[in-house]
Write a protein that binds this ligand. Structure first.
Ligand code: IPE
Ligand code: IPE
Ligand code: MG
Length: 250
């Protein structure tokens, strides 16, 4: 269903303003080839680079990708170590990709748990792409929705105490006010959430923000995901009737 403000591509598809992706299946991709899981993550980073560029070219305004969850620390030291190594490398590589495509990068998640050099890499990626005016690429690392919501409540409460807010003022807090305390402050909610590798769950991703998102699950493993698969997801999105709890005008 198209709206007058939608971006329409040359083939007539309406391009979702905000696409969120749960990239999944890197480990299985590697295991099926008898390779170490880290190879799947490496291949997954390559896919990420091409999908960022594809989305920017298609006119997507926000692309939010789940790269590492607050729960992923539970994995083996070896796997977490391999992922951190990849972050170091791709954080720098992504600066180039982002600048080539006029993409502004931003991180969400709790970054203080990362080693100082990774935190610096995150800041550099954000700073060196901040003046780009095209798509915003949001990378969710050490991200978990529940953690994000709890951090937002802490921030709000501390501010309320410090500024001596009255009970009346606290009761006046709206959903919109609260959303400004989330890591995604200022961003529109995702329209389409894509999950690769066939898993039907959201794994603590954008719980607040995707209240009315459309979900698309594909069995394709993330390292095999490509523009063709992305277009399939967008075509499927184009068949959805979004009602937001209301009724369709016929
Ligand atoms: C997604 O791939 C990447 C991360 C969660 C870091 P997985 O590593 O979860 O791959 P599978 O699900 O084990 O195949
Ligand atoms: C979700 O994938 C997290 C990321 C994609 C970063 P997982 O592979 O960690 O999710 P579960 O464990 O299958 O739910
Ligand atoms: Mg997984």
């Amino acid at each position: 269903m198209q709206n007058p403000n939608d971006i329409i591509d040359s083939e007539g598809r309406s391009i979702p303003k905000h696409i969120a992706i749960i990239l999944d299946g890197n480990g299985r991709w590697a295991e099926r080839r008898g390779l170490p899981r880290a190879m799947g993550h490496k291949q997954g980073c390559e896919t990420l680079e091409t999908i960022v560029a594809d989305c920017a070219r298609l006119g997507v305004q926000y692309l939010t990708v789940y790269g590492f969850s607050t729960e992923n620390w539970k994995r083996s030291q070896e796997e977490v170590g391999a992922l951190m190594k990849l972050f170091r490398f791709y954080m720098t590589k992504l600066i180039k990709v982002a600048n080539e495509h006029n993409v502004r990068a931003r991180m969400i998640g709790e970054r203080s748990r990362f080693a100082p050099d990774i935190q610096e890499g995150i800041c550099r990626l954000e700073n060196e792409t901040k003046d780009n005016t095209g798509m915003t690429f949001v990378f969710a690392v050490n991200y978990g929705s529940r953690d994000e919501i709890v951090r937002a409540i802490r921030k709000y409460t501390i501010e309320a105490i410090r500024s001596g807010k009255s009970e009346e003022e606290i009761l006046a807090l709206t959903e919109q006010d609260f959303s400004l305390y989330l890591d995604t402050a200022g961003m529109p909610d995702p329209d389409l959430v894509i999950r690769t590798s066939g898993e039907f769950r959201i794994s603590n991703y954008l719980l607040w923000q995707s209240a009315y998102a459309e979900y698309y699950i594909t069995p394709v493993l993330w390292p095999d995901f490509n523009k063709e698969e992305l277009l399939k997801a967008i075509d499927n999105f184009n068949t959805r009737e979004r009602r937001f709890g209301g009724r369709l005008k016929k």
